[in-house]
Design a protein. Structure first.
Ligand code: AP5
Ligand code: MG
Length: 211
């Protein structure tokens, strides 16, 4: 099963992908994580991506599509995958349909008023886990791997505002794109705790893959 995870910044795409990876064994491909790894490694892609990410804009389509196309040739995606943060505009969605077959788009719907607090309170680990300060109870290391937690450079109120603008202008139209293809499953309870959102998604996937 090949899945697109759609949702505004802070909707919980990464949180759900991590739980779904564990339950269903689907490879988790986050374009944001790939860009951040490139920035950390000082690669040419990282140098291009940084200025766009810091400005809350989309990294150019050619760069992003090439990365995903290459990633989908790797061995671990053969058993199915989740794309977290790709596609993010109509062009990317149309390109994706040329080099991959998508079975389902899971759209996590969350009230916009909750997003700023969720993102600005987020703490992340280099292993990909993310947390919120309200549930960390002062902990500063990752529960999964023990590494120190940190705040993403783009998780500040000014950049978050720009990321939300970009989402509403460029990415939200993809809800209709996948609806027209008959592939859309919207999680209306995105404001519920992560475990409840997960239960809704897992029930839907369970019906489709028999797990
Ligand atoms: P990316 O890394 O994809 O960021 P994003 O889309 O802005 O989404 P986030 O990672 O901020 O949110 P999330 O939905 O994963 O939420 P999370 O689970 O962490 O992209 C970053 C940048 O890279 C983009 O701005 C762009 O510049 C570039 N980029 C990436 N892909 C691109 C593409 N395809 N094309 C061009 N450019 C691209 O949860 C958030 C917080 O809420 C956490 O603290 C979490 O603990 C908490 N939380 C999660 N679920 C719940 C819940 N149910 N209830 C309460 N709290 C919750
Ligand atoms: Mg994420």
């Amino acid at each position: 099963m090949n899945i697109v995870l759609l949702g505004a910044p802070g909707a919980g795409k990464g949180t759900q992908a991590s739980m779904l990876e564990e339950r269903f064994g689907l490879a988790h491909i986050s374009t944001g994580d790939i860009f951040r790894a490139n920035i950390k490694g000082g690669t040419p892609i990282g140098k291009v991506a940084k200025s766009y990410i810091d400005a809350g804009k989309l990294v150019p389509d050619e760069v992003t599509c090439d990365i995903v196309k290459g990633r989908l040739c790797e061995e671990d995606v053969k058993g199915g995958y989740m794309l977290d943060g790709f596609p993010r505009n109509l062009f990317q969605a149309q390109e994706l349909d040329k080099f991959a077959h998508i079975d389902l788009c899971i759209n996590i719907d969350v009230d916009i008023n909750l997003l700023m607090d969720r993102i600005c309170g987020r703490r992340v680990c280099s292993c990909g886990e993310s947390y919120h300060v309200t549930t960390l109870n002062g902990a500063t290391t990752c529960k999964k791997c023990g590494s120190p937690l940190y705040q993403r450079d783009d998780d500040n109120p000014e950049t978050v505002g720009k990321r939300l603008d970009t989402y509403f202008k460029e990415t939200q139209p993809l809800v209709d794109y996948y609806k027209k293809q008959g592939k859309l499953f919207t999680v209306k309870s995105g404001k519920q705790p992560p475990s409840e959102v997960f239960a809704v998604i897992a029930a839907e996937l369970g019906k489709r893959v028999g797990k």
